[in-house]
Design a binder for this molecule. Sequence first.
Ligand SMILES: Cc1cc2nc3c(=O)[nH]c(=O)nc-3n(C[C@H](O)[C@H](O)[C@H](O)COP(=O)(O)OP(=O)(O)OC[C@H]3O[C@@H](n4cnc5c(N)ncnc54)[C@H](O)[C@@H]3O)c2cc1C
Length: 489
Amino acid sequence: MKFQNIENPPDYIDPATQETHYGLRRALRGLKKEAKKTWQLLQDPFGNYQGESLFPSHVDVLVIGGGAIGSSIACFLRDRGMSGCRVAVLDRDFTPNFDLPEYARASTTFSMGGLHHQYSLPENIEMSMFGAEYLRNIKHHCHLTGGEEEVPDVHYTPGGYLFCAGEAEAATMEENHQLQKKLGVHNVLLSPPQLQARFPWLNTEGIVLASLGMEKEGWFDPYLYLNAIKKKAINMGVEYVRGEAVNFLRRSNSGIHMDSYDDGAYQAVNECVVKDDKGEMKTITFAFCVIAAGAHTAQVANLLSIGDKEASQGLLFIPVPVEARKRFVYCFEAPKGPGINMPMVVDPSGTYFRREGLGNYYICGKSPAPQEEPPVGDFEVDYAYFNNKIKPHLENRVQGFEQLEVSNGWAGYTDYNYVDQNPLLGLHPAYFNIHFATGFSGLGIQAAPAIGRAVTELLLDGHFRTIDLSRFLLRRIITGDKVRETCRV
Ligand SMILES: Cc1cc2nc3c(=O)[nH]c(=O)nc-3n(C[C@H](O)[C@H](O)[C@H](O)COP(=O)(O)OP(=O)(O)OC[C@H]3O[C@@H](n4cnc5c(N)ncnc54)[C@H](O)[C@@H]3O)c2cc1C
């Protein structure tokens, strides 16, 4: 198939009607590719083959976005014994060699890797509990068969979250605590005097109630998690393709009937146009596609006319409500700070901080108020935001933080669901084979294993089997239903 105008491709024309030998030629091309791949695997059966050197033209499931979410989906899908199911992960931002910097713009790379169970929605609690179990046993779950290679250690550091509530949030905290207890979470509520006794360095002024995680909460290295899950996926046969999804090809199909479309008007999509790292255009045909493109998911959805204001079909008119929101993380040194006896503290102002390592280093951040949202585009760190909006809270809250020194910081983009800040999962109502997994808005890393399992269930079983995430289905963008999580960092 040739592309005359790849920026704005023409309507799909079935090549079989244009070229009588197309089927044979395609089969020969496929055989040639398979032979080349087999040869490559024979040269290096387990070691360094990264699964991306050959371009797959046909797959069963194409995952667009190979960050923590996309890679977890691919890994769980293969792990359900689907050796006959060809799974490819497409990402524009990785290098074939694990030693080189990769995922330089992905949210996964910039995440703080925090995990807690103190949510108000049972779905979020259960996902993070599964995440904790999975991460603490990552060596077992991501064990590689054959070869000498080790699963990367994700440096899981056990450490409770301490959420501090002011007058306005105390009742909700108590209510959430009851639900958490019912679901098997082990945390305790502390009054200000109890808080003071446990953490003498904490100024309890303005705190009415606090909730401290006692078990399984903590933080880990998100990049190492991505490496572990990706290596496991590749080890099981998932193919990683370096390239950018730049278009989808449509195919008129009179046999498919969709609600709100006239007979014969529905155009199915089963081919993605990919710009590879040399700038060449190629296509991947798929049976199912999962879009897990993080903060850029709405742009990929646009390629499917989702969010097209000119669209005649109501289902396509509404965009996938995910956008990139810039977040800063600051690192500082405080030789007189609390040191090791310090949980991840979330102050009533929304400022959060925790120790980093065993020295006198700490990291912190704060989600900006709507009117303070920083402009998107670059990775510059705004140190004035630290000085004006965060530092005063740190100095006030912790004895020993008065003389802190900022050492550095980083900026990253989160996949923010601007409608209800909760995950958006599953089929788009206008397509029978396009799934989404996006909009995690600050909990995507801890949820990644649970999302990998949940999307696999949707694809293979047609419904959720373990954690019921029906309230997170993407179709709520059409029905207008919102899900509210009251415990956000
Ligand atoms: C500063 C910061 C701190 C955070 N802290 C936490 C935390 O403590 N705990 C927590 O649970 N979560 C946290 N998060 C959120 C978490 O990092 C994200 O929710 C999660 O990483 C999302 O993973 P993802 O795989 O969906 O997205 P990403 O990691 O962004 O991966 C998406 C991938 O899609 C690829 N892609 C995009 N468009 C295309 C295209 N057209 N073609 C091909 N590939 C494409 C990109 O290259 C990218 O690699 C934090 C986020 C930030 C920014």
